[in-house]
Design a protein around this ligand. Structure first.
Ligand SMILES: [Zn+2]
Length: 75
């Protein structure tokens, strides 16, 4: 009796790679889309300003403001 595999030899794990939020942005210095690293740039009263650095050359390729929920005012 010969067992035929009913699927691809490599068992895929759906959702495994989705945990890696790899952001790719266009780098002007590299002139190509590059994976970026997110770095905290500034801490604002209403959130944080994150900067995206090119993982290849380290140039700044963009920024993103992350707004945090306003803190509850306890009187
Ligand atoms: Zn670059």
């Amino acid at each position: 009796m010969t067992a035929h595999p009913s699927g691809p030899p490599r068992g895929g794990r759906p959702g495994d790679f989705e945990s890696l939020q790899a952001s790719v942005l266009f780098c002007n210095r590299c002139r190509a889309p590059q994976p970026v690293r997110e770095r905290l740039l500034l801490v604002l009263p209403d959130g944080e300003l994150n900067e995206y650095l090119c993982a290849a050359c380290g140039a700044s390729v963009g920024s993103r403001k992350v707004t945090a929920p306003p803190p509850l005012l306890v009187r």
